[in-house]
Design a protein around this ligand. Structure first.
Ligand SMILES: Cc1cc2nc3c(=O)[nH]c(=O)nc-3n(C[C@H](O)[C@H](O)[C@H](O)COP(=O)(O)O)c2cc1C
Length: 213
């Protein structure tokens, strides 16, 4: 076995199976930061509009374009977003900026499935052109997603992988020269930290990729 370097820090090591569920949650969500927020909008039964934020959200692949959302259970039953995604095989991911941050948080409340959450919170409704899902019409960027895979996570719920069939962009979001790179300083996304903390973009570092040889 490799010997640790002489100057290696003596870490405090926490065995994850020796602490409570809440402690594990707090450790994970305050260390894996900042997390982008996937604000997921779906149609429920009878076309009722549903929207909820998920920060266990990530980019997975570019070709095909895939994103993942991990949706936990509520007292052992699936959350509305998961049920709707599995029923409709579709959802939209709305990118949250400062303008939507308070509304985004309001939609994390435990509303009953028959409650129209767009109406409840006062969100403008958009109808996706490529998948069967609504979107939040004042978000500057929206990913229209089709269900690609569901990975059952046991007690932790399910990880949904969605294929992004179309990307909607507000015309103010111009690309950087000769590219499809969105200017993140114009996008101004909000990201989640631990607990009730969120963050905006901080200083941007530009670090060109090395060639390796
Ligand atoms: C910023 C933020 C991020 C969240 N991330 C997640 C998450 O990744 N997974 C999850 O299951 N719940 C997450 N929640 C809680 C859900 O939004 C909440 O349970 C919501 O009521 C689910 O709504 P639904 O039943 O309509 O699907 C988050 C809440 C907030 C405020």
């Amino acid at each position: 076995m490799q010997k640790a370097s002489a100057d290696a820090v003596e870490h405090r090591v926490i065995q994850t199976d020796e602490v409570a569920n809440l402690d594990r949650y707090q450790l994970l969500t305050s260390l894996v930061v900042p997390r982008p927020i996937g604000w997921v909008s779906t149609y429920g039964k009878n076309g009722v509009l549903n929207v909820a934020p998920f920060s266990f959200f990530s980019a997975v692949a570019a070709s095909p374009m895939l994103v993942s959302v991990s949706i936990g259970t509520r007292m052992g039953t699936p959350k509305d977003s998961l049920r709707n995604i599995l029923d409709q095989k579709a959802f939209c991911v709305n990118i949250v900026t400062e303008v939507q941050a308070v509304h985004m948080n309001e939609t994390s409340a435990d509303f009953p499935p028959e409650q129209d959450e767009f109406k409840r919170v006062g969100l403008p409704i958009g109808v996706a052109a490529n998948v069967n899902a609504p979107y939040v019409a004042n978000c500057p960027a929206v990913l229209e997603c089709e269900l690609f895979r569901e990975l059952n996570l046991g007690n932790a719920g399910s990880m949904i992988v969605g294929e992004v069939k179309a990307v909607r962009l507000d015309p103010s979001l111009e690309f950087k020269e000769d590219s499809f790179l969105v200017d993140t300083t114009v996008l101004k996304p909000v990201a989640r930290l631990g607990g009730s903390e969120y963050t905006l973009l901080g200083d941007i570092l530009v670090i060109p990729r090395p060639t390796g040889r």
